[in-house]
Ligand binder design. Structure first.
Ligand SMILES: [Zn+2]
Ligand SMILES: [Zn+2]
Length: 335
């Protein structure tokens, strides 16, 4: 090793010490953020959202730091171990107060591959549910599943084979997931409802045109007109109810304080417009966009005469829904 190489190596070792110090500083900060609920004061629903959206961490880095920060509350010595957050994050699910000092010592004296093997031996579940990116469009997922899961998967594969559909675990799982989303995803349901409605409207128009063409010279008398078909009538009724003039406050006055369940059409309209995501905007106008625990919120409260009109509805995650009600209507029920 020449003098320059020796100097570079010494710089690398010194930088590693500084890097490690910064990592620990961030772990400590995230612990404080969670304890003091600083993220909530900044309008973020979780410490993770705070780390990603405000500190600019990637998802994976934020998860690692938060996992280590939480573990360090139970086992403070992990922060004095000299191990990186990357290594500590691997150990989090296996570490407990009994094995902490032994496992930390093992990690300090072995390579990361050896540590991985040791963790797998001690806690087979620590390897479960891992997602690894193989390419931009392909991921490898490893997860622990039950035997009954495997039986169901085989059954789906068999049914797909009968229909000459592409084979493989990935295809079978994807078709099962699509089926679930088709049944339960409010955004997909709303999109289907919109397509049905558009079809009914175009059929009604088509039928109207057809009637005009087949009776060109007849004086149409109102009570002798051909009875419109079901989709045509439905479309006409909808059109009429949209254009019908409603006295201001009529509906609201009748239903003040009464909670009327949303119709499927109202739910569909809100979910389709808001993409089934939280619409809350923070102080700088950034949308929360969470798709977890989504609830429908009345912009003007039902108790104050707010209606179920989609204009008066919006989708919020439970955190922001709670926040809005705490802020504006602390004594009232959600809605
Ligand atoms: Zn609400
Ligand atoms: Zn939200």
């Amino acid at each position: 090793m020449n003098a320059e190489q020796k100097w570079i190596h010494e710089c690398a070792l010194a930088a590693k010490v500084r890097y490690h110090k910064f990592e620990l500083e961030f772990v400590q900060i995230l612990k404080d953020v969670e304890r003091s609920k600083t993220h909530k004061a900044l309008d973020k629903s979780s410490v993770h959202a705070y780390a990603v959206e405000i500190l600019g961490f990637t998802d994976a880095v934020a998860y690692s730091f938060i996992a280590v920060a939480r573990k360090s509350r139970e086992i403070p010595e992990i922060l004095k171990s000299g191990l990186s957050v990357f290594v500590l994050n691997r150990m989090v699910s296996t570490l407990n107060t009994e094995n902490a000092s032994e496992l930390i010592q093992y990690a300090q004296t072995h390579s990361s591959r050896e540590l991985e093997r040791e963790l797998g031996r001690r806690n087979p579940r620590s390897k479960c549910e891992r997602v690894k990116f193989i390419s931009e469009e392909c991921v490898e997922i490893s997860a622990h599943v039950s035997v009954s899961f495997l039986e169901k998967l085989k059954r789906v594969e068999a049914l797909r084979a009968q229909k000459n559909q592409p084979q493989g675990v990935g295809c079978a799982l994807e078709s099962a997931l699509e089926e679930y989303l088709r049944k339960h995803d409010p955004v997909q349901k709303a999109e289907r409802a919109r397509r049905r409605e558009a079809k009914a409207h175009s059929m009604a128009r088509e039928e109207g045109r057809h009637r005009e063409q087949t009776r060109p010279n007849e004086q149409a008398r109102p009570n002798e007109q051909a009875r419109p078909s079901e989709p045509a009538r439905r479309a006409e009724n909808e059109e009429r109810s949209k254009t019908a003039e409603r006295k201001p406050g009529e509906l609201c006055a009748r239903r003040v304080g009464k909670r009327v369940p949303l119709t499927a059409a109202q739910r569909h309209a809100v979910f389709a417009r808001d993409s089934g995501r939280c619409t809350h905007l923070d102080k700088v106008g950034q949308r929360c966009g969470s798709d977890q625990w989504i609830q429908v919120h009345h912009i003007i409260e039902v108790a104050r005469g707010g209606s179920n009109d989609p204009q008066n509805l919006t989708t919020l995650c439970s955190f922001h829904h709670d926040q809005i009600h705490q802020l504006h209507f602390p004594m009232e029920r959600w809605g």
